[in-house]
Design a protein around this ligand. Structure first.
Ligand SMILES: NC(=O)c1ccc[n+]([C@@H]2O[C@H](COP(=O)([O-])OP(=O)(O)OC[C@H]3O[C@@H](n4cnc5c(N)ncnc54)[C@H](O)[C@@H]3O)[C@@H](O)[C@H]2O)c1
Length: 382
């Protein structure tokens, strides 16, 4: 049998001290399907070189800027075919668009772009490019989130009535962006983050997982998007009511001033007959509570789960897989799509999800600021 050749990947961002770039590298390479061969990891030459050295990248493929990298890699017969975009939000559009123009596939971190106008441009570009574009809404990569989606899709809960999603963090409870915290710094600078702080950073994850698990899309929302820490430029606490297709009601909370919370993402989907709940604190479990029946806890990697939930596990039940593996699942799905010549990376979220996320951010921030009450997500080419 012929050995599979790993898909060659380049990365933009992820230099020493970065949060998510190293996670992407580990995840992409976890299953041996993808290999990082090139990168432009930092604008700082010394840090860029250090990342390349640490990750075993040839010196001539550790590039000082991403434009040079894309041109050089696209021209090499053994060049990268997939580009991971793991820089702050303001650069996502330019890098993704240029990578697609160079004939490369893209795996971008969220939010898709800095603003909705860029997301619309990018959607047109993805469509015209014939390449795959995936977006790492990582929580959709957890097997038990996929199981929750299957339970809803199969109709086990009956018609969906209500969705409650909360993403609570506490790390911005103090104004650490003013004390030189790099990650808090760019996240609170509108030029680098966009019009949304917390809402663009984690609110989009909550929005995406609600639509992913429930299978229904948000049509309208009523948002209170606030900056609680005095003097903070962008929002750090968002509370909103949602109205989904078919009259389904929902509540979404995204907060980075929930002091004491770590990375508390949880979702509950209630149907006519019961509820399915998933919490990031116990990601290998899924609670299923049906009317007039004892509570059940389903466990990842169990034979009784649906095929989509069983497809991406590596070890027997009881051995926890987590955040890096969820990212790895998205990369494995992306590798499958690319090797099959599919431009639609499903089940990896794509540009349509990116567009919806940007519409969500812009509409909610503007409506909250202007006291508009309920606003629609229609009319943005979704
Ligand atoms: N999916 C998730 O769960 C998740 C989690 C964290 C962050 N993110 C997203 O990932 C992105 C990065 O976030 P982070 O927390 O890792 O930020 P970070 O500040 O820790 O890292 C950003 C990295 O990009 C590098 N960089 C910036 N501009 C560059 C350029 N022009 N060329 C090359 N390198 C450049 C920086 O040097 C740094 O190494 C953000 O868009 C963020 O929203 C997603």
């Amino acid at each position: 049998m012929k050995a599979l050749t790993p898909l060659r990947m380049a990365m933009v961002g992820g230099g020493p001290g970065a949060f998510i770039g190293p996670v992407h590298r580990m995840a992409a390479e976890l299953d041996g399907r993808i290999r990082l061969v090139a990168g432009s990891f930092s604008r700082d030459a010394a840090r860029n070189a250090e990342a390349g050295r640490m990750w075993g990248i040839d010196q001539d493929r550790t590039y000082g800027d991403w434009r040079t990298m894309l041109a050089a890699e696209a021209a090499r017969p053994d060049g990268a075919r997939l580009v991971a975009v793991v820089t702050p939000n303001d650069t996502h559009f330019a890098i993704s668009a240029a990578a697609l123009d160079a004939g490369l596939h893209v795996m971008s971190d969220k939010p898709a772009t800095l603003n909705l106008a860029q997301a619309l441009d990018l959607a047109r570009k993805v469509e015209a490019s014939g390449n795959a574009y995936g977006l790492t809404y990582v929580y959709t990569g957890y097997p038990m989130v996929r199981e929750a989606r299957e339970i809803v899709r199969r109709g086990d809960l009956g018609a969906v009535r209500k969705i409650v999603v909360e993403y609570a963090q506490g790390w911005l409870s103090r104004p650490i962006e003013r004390d030189g915290d790099r990650q808090a710094g760019w996240r609170n600078d509108p030029a680098q983050a966009g019009v949304g702080g917390c809402i663009a950073d984690i609110g989009v994850h909550a929005f995406n997982i609600a639509e992913f698990v429930s299978g229904v899309r948000v049509e309208r929302l009523c948002a209170d998007v606030a900056s609680v820490v005095p003097g903070r430029v962008l929002d750090d606490d968002c509370n909103m009511l949602l109205r989904f297709e078919g009259g389904v009601r929902g509540v979404l909370i995204a907060s980075q001033i929930s002091a004491g919370a770590r990375n508390g993402l949880q979702i509950k989907v209630y149907g006519e007959n019961g509820c399915v709940s998933w919490s990031h604190d116990r990601p290998v479990e899924l609670a299923l509570d049906l009317l007039d029946a004892p509570s059940q806890i389903l466990h990842a990697a169990s034979g009784y789960l649906s095929a989509p939930a069983r497809a991406r596990v590596r070890i027997p039940t009881g051995h926890p897989e987590g955040f890096i593996e969820a990212f790895a699942n998205l990369y494995a799905d992306m590798a499958d799509a690319i090797s099959a010549g599919r431009t639609d990376p499903t089940p990896v979220p794509g540009i349509a999800d990116g567009l919806r996320g940007m519409a969500f951010v812009e509409r909610a921030v503007a409506a909250s600021r202007d006291g508009e009450g309920w606003v629609s997500l229609d009319g943005v080419g979704l």
